[in-house]
Design a protein around this ligand. Structure first.
Ligand SMILES: [Zn+2]
Length: 458
């Protein structure tokens, strides 16, 4: 394909991404009509059906990847001092508890603070700040929780970092753990404002009542896959993915209607473009919306483990979209370095000043991680980190993450550029891709070493 044609196709892609955008309809459907999409709920199933329909409408081959997960749901939960109710949000998979006990303020849960209270922790409730102690090496909070449990603590109340009585849904686990779902004691969150009352109760040695009724159950769910088939008959392919589930109680505008829409809109634009110009990519492109990211990346783990467990052809590249409202597209972040220069050359053609980076740790905070853990080249978008992050974009695991949190012009720009990048990669012959020589044994060793280290997300 010559340069002139590529420019013509770029113009078509950018025009279609902006002028024929269906972002409004998707947002309305996913966030406002369906609402929270906790994996295994009927709402999540509706969302899956909608995405399935859309892939079909856009002319892709669609598959449903059905599987069972162990899910969890909190039925009732209260936190009280005397008869006054305080803000509470159980952590993912918090077990049931009904306790009335004294509370100990352990600050940030550093070793020093825990040792200071050491003799006084057995049978009590601990109150701990979710943030890092500002003057010492950051300790992953799954480790801080483990330290408290080893001292005989019965339950932990975590103080959310946000202000204004906002509380996020959290998970205890380090997802690099071999059994990330393990939850040894009940852990719940309270708001920063109500933590003041709990600190007073700690000083006065007043009793605090904590009650959580929750249930763990097995249920089925699905990942949805739409495929644009390429000419390559070896099964060579690329993946663009994003999770379609949300945390409980959140309509998930930023997290992750933004990424889900990024996937289906890019599918729409590219499928139409290939048809319109009557061209076929070399590599197939799989558009994948994943379930249960918010419950330990279970949909992505299932997909990566079951589709690539034997000698199947692995994807040349996976691009994971999560929380695209946090800032403008800045580039790609890879887990492994060997594709770096190759991809940088490709995206330089766009002339959008996008950069390819490589993380020094494998990032376990979203659905690219299960692919990385199988030695597959997976990336997420540079938007996560530091510069040009919108100050107003702190909405993800909470009820206020509504459809208005999605920045539509920026999302159009993501879709136009992702379409241009995937188009270029899909017509590149497989011989020109640098080969992936990752050794799975060395990778397992690396993951073990990196476990418990703090990942700088923001
Ligand atoms: Zn997410």
């Amino acid at each position: 394909m010559d340069l002139l044609n590529i420019k013509e196709l770029d113009r078509w892609i950018v025009g279609d991404s902006w002028i024929n955008s269906e972002i409004h309809d998707h947002l309305n459907k996913l966030c406002d009509e369906i609402g929270p999409r906790w994996a295994t709920s009927k709402e999540e199933r509706y969302a899956g059906n909608y995405l399935h329909e859309k892939f079909q409408e856009y002319g892709l081959d669609v598959e449903r990847d059905n599987f069972e997960i162990e899910s969890w749901i909190p039925r009732n939960f209260t936190l009280k001092i005397n008869e006054s109710s305080l803000d509470i949000k159980p952590f993912n998979r918090c077990p049931s508890i009904n306790i009335k006990s004294k509370i100990i303020d352990v600050g940030f849960g550093t070793e020093r603070e825990i040792n200071f209270h050491s003799k006084n922790l057995t049978g009590k409730i601990a109150l701990m700040d979710h943030g890092f102690e500002p003057f010492s090496k950051p300790i992953h909070y799954s480790l801080r929780i483990k330290m408290l449990v080893s001292k005989g603590i019965k339950a932990i109340i975590i103080i959310d970092k946000k202000i204004g009585r906002r509380m996020e849904y959290h998970s205890v686990s380090d997802f690099r753990d071999s059994n990330p779902q393990k939850h040894s004691v009940p852990v719940v969150t309270t708001s920063r404002e109500h933590s003041v009352l709990l600190k007073k109760a700690a000083n006065n040695e007043s009793l605090v009542s904590l009650s959580v009724e929750s249930e763990i159950y097995n249920a089925s769910t699905s990942n949805i896959i739409g495929k644009i088939k390429g000419k390559n008959n070896q099964g060579e392919h690329l993946i663009l993915c994003g999770h379609h589930d949300t945390v409980y109680g959140s309509p998930g505008g930023n997290d992750n209607a933004s990424g889900t829409i990024g996937v289906i809109e890019t599918a729409r634009v590219l499928s139409k473009m290939f048809n319109f110009f009557d061209i076929k990519p070399n590599l197939s492109i799989y558009f994948l919306t994943l379930s249960a990211e918010e419950q330990g990346l279970q949909g992505s783990h299932h997909f990566a483990k079951t589709k690539y467990n034997k000698n199947q052809i692995k994807p040349r590249l996976v691009i994971n979209l999560d929380e695209l409202s946090t800032g403008p597209l800045k580039g790609l972040v890879l887990g492994f370095p060997h594709l770096r220069d190759f991809l940088q050359n490709k995206i330089d053609e766009l002339n959008e000043n996008l950069k390819v980076h490589v993380m020094s740790q494998l990032d376990p905070t979203s659905d690219h991680y299960p692919f990385l853990a199988q030695g597959i080249d997976a990336s997420h978008l540079w938007r996560w980190r530091f510069d040009k992050r919108h100050a107003s974009s702190e909405f993800h695991h909470e009820s206020a993450d509504t459809s208005d949190k999605v920045n539509i012009p920026e999302l159009k720009n993501y879709i136009a550029n992702l379409s241009r990048i995937l188009f270029r990669l899909s017509i590149t012959e497989t011989e020109s891709w640098p080969s992936n020589n990752i050794s799975i044994e060395k990778l397992r060793e690396r993951i073990k070493q990196e476990k418990d280290s703090v990942i700088r997300v923001f």
